[in-house]
Design a protein around this ligand. Structure first.
Ligand code: NAD
Length: 426
């Protein structure tokens, strides 16, 4: 007879205590006592806090936090915390920072801290008229939005602008209202979503249509962070390396297959700082990739040029919806620590630092691709992972990793065999 399959229909699961949830999941998945204890160990995020951050919480996964050194941003030296599980990411930023430090490092700027929320209006016979009717109500719209968030108003934020677009869709024309709101030092998703929801019934009433979606756009192109930096040609290893990097960049600019990986590298840096500061990685990633495709073809987020003096100049510009308040930023003790370490006093400053890390990461990736290739550097760190996977502990990890790199075969089967040899020789 077949053993009954455990059911995933766990009614009221989200309402239970964490301990009860751990119990249920452990029974379902056959977890042993050690595994149950692993779930109960929430590390540096107390269980109670974690339980309030998300629903149906049963445990935490700790991601290492590294520090990018050598970063000089807007004339200030900063140590940048980066939360990532990927090897080589932190080292890449440190290297890129070192190679431009004496030349002044990174200069950042922002287009502002404005977020967009959209309200979708359908069932409109005369969408162009509806568009104008909505635009006429800008003063009422401002009042409705600003009433939603007195704290934001007090801090100098609030409604700033109105745009209304008519778009064609497979369900016919839609009238899309954009409210543009300065959310100051908050990422602002909740702030603008609240406003959009409050405003929607009025838009329906003014136009006779029906409103459906009311939510922010992650294509936060009124909140662009910009960074520029010049790497002296001598610091990067000469004209040949520079020209190789330009070829690598032109490849990414011309080909979406390459651009995806090029931009993934940029996001290795960006998402790590976004994560370390308790901000929303998916929001920033969605904004970045949508921005990379804004002209109809997905392309490189960075731009690289050779200056008149022959140096390598890079720029990066992308939406950067991050905050110092809201979400997990003020709740997660490590996020608070990360913000303290960065010494930032505004969301704009934080956005600039994050973007500088993105440019640094891209510089490092282009440089390594144009010279030794990624695997050489990666392998040393990857060898440590493979060594641990093979069962190495303590001092064995370093020793085994060295053997693997020296042998040029960083593979789990080789690691297991070499570990046996190491243990036999010890
Ligand atoms: P929030 O609502 O927790 O905090 C923002 C509020 O804090 C402001 O509205 C304001 O009232 C107050 N505030 C206090 N000090 C402020 C200051 N100095 N500057 C600005 N406001 C200040 O958070 P939020 O930023 O509105 O939303 C962020 C959260 O929303 C994140 O957790 C994100 O993951 C989540 N979210 C994202 C999406 C999306 O990206 N599509 C959608 C929904 C929710």
């Amino acid at each position: 007879m077949n053993q009954a399959t455990p059911s995933s229909r766990l009614t009221g699961f989200h309402k239970q205590s964490v301990a009860d949830r751990i119990g249920q999941v452990s029974d379902f998945a056959g977890l042993n006592a050690e595994e149950r204890a692993l779930l109960a160990n929430t590390g540096n995020l107390p269980q109670d806090l974690a339980n309030h951050l998300i629903d149906s919480m049963i445990g935490n996964i700790n991601i290492p936090v590294g520090v990018a050194t050598n970063m000089r941003i807007d004339g200030r030296d900063v140590l940048v915390p980066m939360a990532t599980e990927e090897s080589s990411v932190v080292a890449a930023v440190c290297n890129a920072g070192r190679q431009c430090y004496d030349n002044g490092g990174f200069i950042t700027s922002m287009s502002g801290t404005r977020m967009i929320a959209q309200i979708q209006l359908v069932d409109i016979a005369d969408p162009e008229h509806a568009r104008i009717r909505i635009l006429e109500r800008v003063d009422e719209i401002r009042a409705i939005c600003d009433e939603c968030d007195p704290i934001l108003i007090k801090l100098g934020g609030g409604f700033r602008d109105l745009e209304v677009r008519v778009i064609d869709s497979r369900s016919g024309p839609m009238v899309i209202t954009h409210i543009i709101v300065d959310t100051r030092d908050a990422m602002g998703a909740n702030a603008v979503n609240t406003m959009a929801e409050k405003l929607a019934p009025s838009i329906a009433a003014w136009t006779g249509g029906r409103t459906y979606l009311r939510i922010l756009s992650n294509l936060a192109d009124r909140r662009l962070a910009r960074v520029r930096c010049v790497w002296p040609v001598e610091a990067i290893g000469g004209a040949e390396v520079r020209d190789g990097m330009m070829l690598a960049y032109h490849f990414a600019e011309a080909d979406p297959y390459r651009a995806a990986t090029h931009n993934k590298g940029i996001m290795n840096g960006i998402s790590a700082v976004v994560m370390a500061t308790g901000n929303d990685t998916r929001a920033v990633e969605a904004g970045a990739h949508a921005y990379a495709a804004r002209n109809g073809r997905y392309t490189s987020l960075t731009k690289w040029e050779v200056t008149a003096e022959g140096h390598l100049a890079g720029v990066l510009e992308l939406p950067m919806a991050v905050g110092l308040v809201g979400g997990a930023t003020k709740v997660h003790p490590m996020a608070r620590l990360a913000l303290k370490m960065l010494g930032v006093t505004s969301a704009e400053q934080l956005a600039g630092i994050i973007t500088a890390v993105g440019l640094a990461q891209n510089f490092a990736a282009l440089r390594v691709l144009a010279t030794t290739g990624v695997q050489k550097g990666h392998m040393a760190l990857h060898a440590h992972n493979i060594a641990m996977m093979a069962g190495a502990v303590g001092g064995e990890v370093d020793a085994l990793a060295k053997v693997l790199v020296a042998g040029g075969k960083v593979r789990i089967d080789v690691a297991e065999a070499e570990l046996k040899k190491l243990r036999a020789a010890a």
